[in-house]
Every structure is written in structure tokens, then in C-alpha cells.
Design a protein around this ligand. Structure first.
Ligand SMILES: C[S@@+](CC[C@H](N)C(=O)[O-])C[C@H]1O[C@@H](n2cnc3c(N)ncnc32)[C@H](O)[C@@H]1O
Length: 336
């Protein structure tokens, strides 16, 4: 009889949602924020978080096994990355995306089977409206969503500030900017650059507050508008992060044409996303994000670098290139 193949991949995969939920709950509870103040033993940490004794030790040690906590002589502490990205008291906090996944997507992904069967979103817009209209009607959900976008884009923003040749340009606008994580990182790294963020008017006060917390309000301003109706503001560089994946192919093409029209001669458009690899085999992050667009939007989907370069060339861009940014996220640069 042939030797049985290893079942390890299958047994690992079917438990991954437990690890993911354990991590999301940790961020919700503010555990990393508590430990950023100093190491704690099991009982003290449990009491600070208001947890019952039964699950606490397993919960904390599971986080050690996942590599997001350390434990030395009975004292738990943050790893360097948890401390940097997951302490709510720091400006580098990127846990907003985990908070949003926990509060919204964890539940909505429970209906993935129905989404795959029907091709319809499974979130707040099951009734038919636009995702942003549905979320932005409630001030708390609006703020939570925009903070989540900072969590999604902060590591990418740092990489893009370092990798793109900003010294060759003077002005830039981040289209669909949310809180403004990307413009802030670019402005912090490049003193000569001015610009800001374009988004729906309701986002303005939250962008202004975030930008002012870095004292960058003299160099970065908010451009209110609706990119489905209005032209885009003019600049040397336009950025679209996690914008195209929200929309269907016709809408993607329309947004690329608007970007082309708004750019200065020789200007550049940077599209960044969880790109799918051209062979559609390896970049699991891109493929899962695309399934997430099925759950979240009416017609959105993620795409490969080759897809995006092709659409950019159709819109008129004369050169395109694809470069890695951080984790599963890549940028496609189109030059006018
Ligand atoms: C998925 S978020 C991406 C945010 C940010 N670029 C990032 O990557 O972190 C999409 C953004 O597009 C904005 N947006 C959605 N519809 C818009 C519209 N019609 N006009 C302008 N902005 C819009 C949303 O408010 C939100 O900030």
C-alpha cells in the first residue's frame, strides 16, 4: 500500500481560525497596551483585563506559542513588534485593522459559503446600499473604519516613503486617504513634499485631527470630494491604496482614467494593494483579500500586477512597474 501523505497541512489549516480569533480578541482586550507599561505575571494580567481564571493561562500561553508575547520566569511581556504596532498609546499603533476584523469581518466571514453561492456581499450592505454610505452613517463606525485603514497601511506607508523616488516630485495627493496614514509617513520622511488626502467630506475632521497630531497641518491638507462623480485634484504624484479593489472592472478603469487626467506631465500614479501574483498561485494574502471584497462589496476584486499594468496602459500611462512594499502588499507605478 502507498505511504499515506502527511495530514499536517489539513490539520493545521482547520485550526487557523482559532489562532486568528485568539489574536483578534487580544487586540480587542487591549492586552498589548497593558503589557507595554511593563511585564506582568498571569494573575495580575488576568485581573487587569477582567478575565475569568479558567481560560487565562491557556490564552496567554497560546499568544507565546504564536510569537506575539514573551514569557520569562513567569512574567509576560510584549515582543518588540507587538510593543511597536499594538500599544494603543503609541502613534505607531496599527491594531485598528485587527479591531475592525474582530468587530465586523469575523462575523461576516461566517457567511462566506453564501457569498460564494450567490456572488453577493455578506456584510451591512446585504440590502443593496454602498459600503461607505452604510458604515459612515454612524460616527463611531466611521472612526473605527478609518483607524482600521491606518492599521492596514502604516507598514506599507513606511516602505513606500523609503522606496519611491519622492525627491523627483513636489506635490502628491493620496486618493481615498482615510485618516491619512500614507501622506503623514511620506511628509515625515520628505521635508520638501506638500500635498494631502482626498476623500468623502465626512472624513475631513478625522483626517485633520490625525495630521495635526503629527504637526503636519501646514504641509498636508484635506481635499473633499467624491471620486465617483468629481474629477481628482491635480498633483505630481497620486496614490490609490486599497481603492481599486473595492470596485468592479468598469469602475476601476474609470478611476485610472481620472487619475491620468489629473496628473502633471511625467507625473506618477501609485496603486498599492494586496496584489495577487501573476500566476495566481502564491500570494495568499492577495487571494484572501479578494475573497474579502466578495464579502464586503458589490463588484470589487483584487488583481495581479500584470492586470493593473494593462489597465494603466489602456488609460494612457506610458510606463509601468511593479515593486514589493511590505508583507503581501505591492505597488504598481504608472508614469504619464
Ligand atoms: C478601503 S479604504 C482605503 C483607505 C486608504 N487608502 C488605505 O489604503 O488605508 C477606501 C477609502 O476610499 C474612500 N472612498 C470611498 N468611496 C469614495 C468616493 N466615492 N470618493 C472619495 N473617497 C471614497 C473611503 O472613505 C476610504 O477612505
Amino acid at each position: 500500500m502507498a505511504k499515506a501523505p502527511s495530514p499536517d497541512r489539513i490539520t493545521g489549516l482547520q485550526m487557523q481560525f482559532m489562532a486568528s480569533k485568539t489574536f483578534l480578541t487580544t487586540v480587542e482586550l487591549g492586552l498589548f497596551t497593558e503589557l507595554a507599561k511593563g511585564p506582568l505575571d498571569c494573575d495580575t494580567l488576568r485581573a487587569r483585563l477582567g478575565l475569568h481564571p479558567r481560560g487565562a493561562r491557556d490564552f496567554f500561553d497560546a499568544l507565546v506559542a504564536m510569537g506575539v508575547l514573551e514569557r520569562e520566569r513567569g512574567l509576560y511581556s510584549n515582543t518588540p513588534e507587538s510593543d511597536f504596532y499594538l500599544d494603543r498609546a503609541k502613534l505607531t499603533y496599527a491594531g485598528g485593522i485587527a479591531e475592525m476584523f474582530n468587530a465586523r469581518l469575523y462575523g461576516f466571514w461566517g457567511a462566506l459559503t453564501e457569498g460564494l453561492r450567490t456572488g453577493k456581499p455578506q456584510n451591512e450592505i446585504k440590502g443593496g446600499e454602498n459600503l461607505f454610505d452604510a458604515i459612515y452613517g454612524d460616527p463611531q463606525r466611521l472612526r473605527g473604519f478609518l483607524r482600521a485603514m491606518t492599521g492596514l497601511s502604516l507598514p506599507v506607508a513606511e516602505a513606500m516613503a523609503a522606496k519611491f523616488p519622492w525627491r523627483d516630485y513636489q506635490t502628491f495627493i493620496d486618493v481615498g486617504t482615510a485618516q491619512g496614514a500614507l501622506p503623514v509617513q511620506v511628509a515625515l520622511a520628505h521635508q520638501h513634499i506638500t500635498g494631502g488626502g482626498f476623500d468623502l467630506p465626512v472624513v475631513g475632521p478625522i483626517f485633520d485631527e490625525y495630521v495635526a497630531s503629527f504637526d503636519l497641518q501646514k504641509r498636508l491638507r484635506f481635499y473633499p470630494g467624491d471620486f465617483m462623480k468629481d474629477p481628482l485634484p491635480q498633483a505630481d504624484v497620486l496614490v490609490m491604496g486599497h481603492i481599486l479593489h473595492d470596485w468592479n472592472l468598469d469602475e476601476k478603469r474609470m478611476l485610472l482614467r481620472k487619475a491620468y487626467d489629473a496628473l502633471a506631465k511625467d507625473g506618477a500614479l501609485i496603486v498599492y494593494e494586496h496584489l495577487i501574483d501573476d500566476e495566481r498561485r502564491t500570494n495568499l494574502g492577495g487571494l484572501l483579500m479578494s475573497l474579502n471584497m466578495l464579502v464586503e462589496t458589490h463588484g470589487g476584486f483584487d488583481f495581479t500586477g500584470a492586470d493593473c499594468s494593462g489597465w494603466m496602459r489602456e488609460a494612457g500611462f506610458r510606463q509601468t512597474r511593479v515593486e514589493h512594499l511590505s508583507g503581501p502588499q505591492w505597488m504598481v507605478v504608472g508614469v504619464k
